[in-house]
Ligand binder design. Structure first.
Ligand SMILES: [Zn+2]
Ligand SMILES: [Zn+2]
Length: 814
């Protein structure tokens, strides 16, 4: 990367401010500044981290501030990624510096925080005694060490008034000391030893030292730890040799290994004719400019093998490959297969790595040391500079959407990144999103299909069971029908594995008072509590609020609570009672808080130490368990009743995916799908594994109602602790939207504003929630509208007690 001859640079600061800023580069730093480095800059009376994007737009003669320091030896991202950062900031209405901060691995931001420190005068005054007790306590703590305001409040309770500190400051007893807090990520270094050039002759050395020297000489260079442990006093001899100028010690960068297990290399299998066609089509367009493919392959059709062939081809022609998967649990599987094929040439990026590990992986990619990276959504920002293909597996998965902070869709950004890089985007799924399939129909994407499972294995046979016939039964018979019961028993009898799916964790999801009928609700959310038997408590799935399982009714005080509704815990308890000999495990968020717990469950299935697995949607996602021959869907309807226009799409995808877990090995599979709505088209289409039928029906609804993929949406989410103020802010913002709409004929014609309305979940974690939906058939007009709304710096958008979040292309409207 070229050195800067310019005397000013354009910098994006890592704060929630719009735009970029020009800073002067002092002469002393000029030779070191590069695009992609972090710099320390003064901003609004503080110092903060900024990212160098290029030459500044103002000449140095102008009265501009200078950068204070350069924080990196080498750039952290290639200049080629800046257009992607700018596009993301622009499209998702998020400050550029904050976008870059989100993209970079965590722990890199150097931020400034003010700490309080005691002065000499303060110490003197403290020793004299006679201070008011609260002042003496504050000075006493600060006499031990500097503390930030937040730390002081933690120690003294929230009642430490700012006025007290300011009063002490005025009297000169304390000062605000500015200290820099560096991020936690650091490169791991290892000490190595090598001969010095022109080493003195080894005449007067002891035999031990001579042996040591010979060893270093024959190896060229060695890690110190290898030498030091070899012989008695080897460490001391080494230091003596160093002092005498025979050898020198130096540091070498060490990569932490994020992989626990050794993985044996695999040999590529023979491709099916369908796989062959897909691979040659995609490989044929590598290096020939931007193109997006949608690979629609039924479950078990060998999509991962296709990805690996395409990756091998891209790497062989000198390009890098980015593979996105929706969840960490799936990375372990994809990672294993890629590592078996590509060995050390794979980097992995996800949040289960430590900060240091993630930083290492990032640097390996940045330096071009690995051509392939696998990761979850934030890996879309992996710092490759020569990307050839971006693969998005399970492209329909909602996990690609980031909620909170920078709201973005990693799948959509992957396509944008491929476009900017002139690369190929390959999206794969058995149940594509309506959006992507619509893009195929309209000619934007190219369709590829794998209509059959590998080795001509049949798709599982799916039978529906009408749960209404079980309604009057008692006990487990209410939700494990006679048919399902029989099928489980037969499957276990044959020594095969069973998967039972229910998309809700916990034991009882709908506890109600037997005396007055009131539901047991969260005190901070507008939602029922769920009984978790293992934890012996009722819990809120939105805010974590918890009450003991012995809790009484809030309304009438009665201790008699009926535990209606169900979750995976109840299903597990039922099958344990029905099949006492089976080895049963459960996979949901309660049992997989750590990465090794997921690995343990996956291993148990693979090694057949688990006969029956009960799980939530975690089990539906892309896993490949060859010996599962029966999948039981306990209740297919849970997601159908969500007040969201995508409820039908989600239900279809989930059911088709979970059904696809059956019969992936040599034995054929069967699925029993229990439902209260056997005639619903999402459920019928899932039963028939008929994506086309589902698409035709659903796309008709979307068109009639003007929802995506026909219209584009931007959602404004307004939330605050005070019901009244939040409502007023939502209404004020709604009025501003309408005024903006009325003031411009283009907006009046093609913008539709829905709301403000109370959100379907009207209260979460003590915050009242409102929303406004802005809709248009024309993306450009919609974005112009949102930009004008933001540019107005509307007071409603920046209110202190009420938070407003902008979500472009929202996935969840609840
Ligand atoms: Zn009651
Ligand atoms: Zn709650």
């Amino acid at each position: 990367m070229a050195e800067f001859l310019e005397s000013t640079v354009e910098v994006a600061v890592s704060m929630l401010v719009e735009g970029t800023f020009t800073y002067a580069v002092p002469e002393a730093l000029a030779s070191r500044a590069r695009v992609g480095m972090r710099v320390l800059v003064p901003f609004g009376g503080r110092r903060t981290t900024g990212y160098v994007l290029g030459p500044g737009s103002l000449p140095a003669e102008k009265d501009i501030k200078s950068i204070l320091d350069i924080l990196d030896e080498t750039p952290l991202f290639p200049a080629g990624m800046i257009p992607l950062f700018r596009w993301t900031a622009e499209y998702y209405k998020h400050p550029l510096g904050a976008v870059i901060q989100t993209a970079l691995p965590g722990g890199l931001t150097v931020s400034e925080s003010a700490a309080w420190a005691i002065t000499e005068e303060g110490r003197g005054r403290l020793e004299e005694n006679g201070l008011p007790p609260d002042e003496a306590r504050v000075l006493g703590l600060l006499a031990e060490k500097r503390l930030r305001s937040r730390e002081l409040r933690v120690r003294l309770g929230p009642e430490v008034p700012g006025t007290l500190l300011r009063s002490l400051e005025r009297r000169g007893f304390v000062v605000q000391a500015r200290t820099l807090r560096a991020g936690g990520a650091k490169a791991l270094q290892e000490r190595w030893v090598r001969l010095t050039s022109g080493a003195p002759a080894s005449g007067r050395l002891s035999p031990q030292k001579r042996a040591l020297l010979a060893r270093v000489a024959s190896a060229g260079a060695l890690p110190v730890r290898e030498v030091a442990g070899q012989a008695p006093h080897a460490g001391a001899h080494l230091r003596a040799l160093e002092r005498a100028g025979y050898v020198e010690l130096f540091s070498r960068r060490l990569y932490r290994d994020p992989f626990g297990e050794a993985i044996l290399p695999d040999a590529p299998p023979r491709l099916t004719a369908d796989q062959e066609t897909v691979v040659s089509t995609v490989c044929g367009s590598l290096g020939k400019g931007f193109r997006t493919f949608l690979l629609q392959g039924v479950t078990g059709s060998g999509k991962t093998e296709v990805y690996m062939r395409v990756a091998a081809h891209a790497v062989a022609s000198g390009h890098s490959v980015l593979v996105l998967v929706p969840e960490i649990a799936l990375i372990t599987q994809t990672e294993r297969r890629f590592r078996a094929r590509f060995g050390e040439h794979v980097a992995v990026l996800h949040s289960a790595l430590s900060q240091g590990e993630r930083f290492d992986q990032w640097v390996r990619i940045l330096r071009g040391e690995v051509p392939i990276a696998i990761g979850v959504r934030s890996a879309v920002f992996a710092p490759f500079s020569d990307i050839g293909v971006i693969i998005v597996d399970e492209e329909h998965d909602a996990s690609y959407k980031q909620e909170g902070g920078l709201h973005y869709s990693a799948r959509d950004l992957a396509v944008v990144r491929a476009q900017q890089a002139g690369a190929v985007a390959l999206l794969g799924s058995a149940t594509p999103s309506l959006q992507s399939y619509h893009n195929v129909r309209s000619g934007k994407y190219n369709q590829l299909t794998l209509p059959q499972r590998i080795e001509a294995r049949p798709l599982p046979a799916i039978r529906t069971v009408d749960l209404r016939q079980c309604r009057d039964l008692r006990g487990p018979g209410r939700f494990i029908s006679a048919e399902l019961n029989r099928a489980i028993s037969e499957t276990l009898g044959r020594g095969e594995q069973v998967l039972l799916f229910l998309n809700r964790r916990g034991f009882a999801s709908f506890p109600v008072c037997a005396a007055c009928g009131a539901a047991l609700r969260c005190r901070h959310c507008d939602i029922s509590l769920t009984l978790h038997q293992a934890a012996n408590a009722y819990r809120c799935h939105y805010c974590g609020f918890s009450r003991p399982a012995s809790a009484a009714c809030d309304a009438c005080g009665s201790p008699r609570i009926k535990r209606l509704g169900m979750g995976t815990e109840k299903v597990e308890a039922a099958v344990r009672a029905l099949f006492p000999k089976a080895r049963i495990a459960r996979m949901d968020r309660d049992t997989t808080r750590r990465k090794h717990e997921i690995l343990g469950l996956l291993k148990g299935l693979r090694e057949k130490t688990i006969d029956l697995l009960v799980g939530t949607q975690m089990v539906a996602k892309g896993h490949d368990f060859p010996d599962i021959t029966l999948v039981g869907i306990i209740c297919a309807d849970l997601s159908l009743s969500f007040p969201d226009f995508r409820a039908g799409e989600r239900t279809f995808q989930l059911l088709a995916q979970v059904a696809g877990r059956a019969g992936r090995g040599e034995q054929p599979g069967q699925v029993i799908l229990q439902t209260y709505n056997p005639e619903h088209f999402s459920i019928r289409a899932a039963r028939d594994q008929d994506f086309e039928a589902f698409y035709e029906q659903e796309i008709g609804f979307r068109k009639a109602l003007g929802y995506p993929p026909f219209a584009r949406l931007i959602q404004l989410r307004i939330s605050g602790r005070d019901a009244q103020i939040t409502r007023e802010q939502a209404e004020a913002l709604g009025a501003q939207c309408r005024a903006l709409q009325a003031g411009d004929p283009a907006f009046a014609k093609s913008i539709q504003i829905l709301g403000p309305i109370e959100a379907a979940l009207a209260r979460i974690a003590g915050h009242f929630r409102w929303q406004i939906l802005i809709k248009s058939l024309q993306a450009a007009v919609l974005h112009r509208f949102a930009d004008r709304l933001l540019a107005g710096h509307s007071s409603a958008l920046t209110g202190r007690q009420v938070r407003t979040v902008i979500d472009v292309d929202p996935l969840s409207l609840m």
